[in-house]
Ligand binder design. Structure first.
Ligand code: FES
Length: 128
């Protein structure tokens, strides 16, 4: 088959395109493989008392109304982002990141003090 296609390509100079994309719009299609960026629900961390052995889901998209935990909003508002699930070994009071840009998720690492967070808009939750 490949030999046949190669032979035909040379003879008639085929232009291959995906058949489900009309030629008129094909040049306007942009594919993005990057996950969406989270919105910033808080510019401060959340002080939380965790229970050892309990499973938690930390919101990574910022759209959850149950911050800092996931309420499933990523499924409709930030497809490509998933909550970070974790189980603390023992009871502990911790600071969970509220800005969603920590480099040590789910814990605050002080990133919220950087200019790109301080100057960024705060996400206001909506009812939809
Ligand atoms: S709240 Fe995100 S790093 Fe502190």
């Amino acid at each position: 088959m490949n030999v046949l296609l190669t032979s035909l390509e040379h003879k008639w100079s085929f232009t291959w395109r995906q058949p489900w994309i009309p030629a008129v719009t094909a040049s306007k299609v942009q594919l993005c493989t990057h996950p969406p960026k989270p919105v910033i629900p808080s510019k401060k961390p959340f002080k939380v008392e965790l229970i050892g052995g309990k499973r938690y889901s930390w919101c990574t998209c910022g759209y959850s109304k149950k911050q800092p935990f996931c309420d499933g909003s990523h499924k409709t508002k930030a497809q490509g982002l998933s909550p970070l699930r974790f189980v603390p070994e023992k009871d502990a009071t911790v600071w969970l990141c509220g800005c969603k840009y920590t480099n040590n998720p789910p814990y605050c690492d002080g990133t919220h003090k950087q200019d790109f967070i301080v100057s960024a808009p705060l996400h206001e939750p909506t009812d939809s």
